[in-house]
Design a protein around this ligand. Structure first.
Ligand SMILES: [Zn+2]
Length: 340
């Protein structure tokens, strides 16, 4: 038998709400014609833009999965102007495991959006999102967090296009979302992350790192949910409910590779500062200790730049090459637009 490797009965152009599944073929010993049913909902009414909301790209990042599950339960299609496509657990096998990668093939969905697609279950999900769903979309909001191994101060994130009009659209949306920290990264995504597929389709790409550490945070969930509803109001897809109207102080920030720091020895990383601290270049970030050889001197790790400690490793034990965290620095909208 050979049918489509991924199919759905969703009618993308029908008004009203539809709750169904993307059926991913998965043929294995115990189930030759088996499928993985990935939930999808569509809300369409009147005229307006198309927004894709996606969570569970990484199965161990829970804030977005919770928010989109609640949205599906509460959203009234009649209140929508335009079209909202919701994928609350995009890499369903990973979401069911609470794992960053899929137990089916080890696939990391957010590393499967490159310009060539491999033939495995995770890549087939990416292929369908990139080549069937995104061509219908104007804006893509992709929920992330630090997962099991990293912890983030909750922040929105956007890739800012080289195209001046698209860049302005992206920064306007980010500003209206009004998260406490908005991280903007200028340039065409070069890797195989979802932003690359959005770029290929001319879709505005918005994301966020909402918490982490393998748990779900009330505060991060609140930041992410507020950002989502404010984005939908900015796009005029939904009116802005009074609950989300209050404006808060927001910092526009960015980072480069030199803001990331790594373990250069196995051991236990004991931090010398806390997430959210303002730190200076050369300040002590922490020490890698070896309880297995306790007389061996610890290795001190220093912050490579000045900035705000926005992301830290959430697991105490480290191996050489593990990312211990990264910093963000304040930046103006004009500096983002002028950067390469
Ligand atoms: Zn993620």
């Amino acid at each position: 038998m050979s049918l489509s490797p991924l199919w759905t009965d969703i009618d993308w152009n029908r008004a009203g709400r539809q709750d169904s599944f993307l059926n991913l073929e998965h043929s294995v010993h115990r189930s030759a014609y088996g499928i993985v049913p990935i939930p999808i909902s569509l809300f369409k009414n009147g005229s307006g833009p198309t927004l894709l909301l996606m969570a569970g790209s990484h199965g161990d990042e829970y804030e977005g999965q919770a928010i989109l599950t609640r949205l599906i339960q509460t959203l009234d299609a009649d209140s929508v102007s335009g079209r909202i496509i919701v994928l609350p657990a995009a890499n369903l096998p990973a979401a069911l495991e609470g794992s960053r990668v899929s137990p089916l093939d080890g696939g990391n969905l957010n590393r499967c959006f490159g310009d060539s697609i491999s033939d495995n279950p995770t890549s087939r999900i990416a292929d369908y999102i990139a080549n069937t769903i995104l061509p219908m979309c104007d804006v893509f909001f992709d929920f992330h967090s630090g997962g099991s191994s990293l912890e983030y101060m909750p922040c929105t994130y956007a890739t800012v296009s080289d195209d001046p009009d698209k860049a302005a659209d992206t920064l306007d949306a980010l500003e209206f979302m009004n998260a406490p920290i908005a991280w903007a990264h200028k340039g065409i995504p070069q890797g195989s992350e979802a932003g690359r597929a959005a770029y290929r389709n001319g879709v505005v790409y918005l994301s966020g790192e909402f918490g982490g550490g393998g748990r779900i945070s009330r505060q991060a969930t609140r930041v992410a949910e507020r950002a989502m509803y404010r984005l939908m109001a900015h796009l005029k897809i939904l009116p802005l409910a009074s609950e989300w109207k209050e404006e808060i102080e927001s910092r526009l920030m960015n980072a480069s590779q030199r803001h990331y720091f790594y373990a250069d020895r196995d051991g236990i990383f004991e931090p010398a500062a806390a997430l959210g601290d303002e730190v200076g270049r050369g300040d002590l970030a922490g020490t890698i200790l070896n309880p297995e050889t306790p007389v061996q001197a610890g290795v001190r790790v220093f912050f490579p730049e000045s900035g705000t400690w926005i992301c830290s490793r959430a697991i105490g034990r480290v191996r050489r090459g593990d990312c211990l965290g990264h910093l963000l620095t304040d930046v103006s909208r004009e500096e983002i637009l002028a950067s390469e």
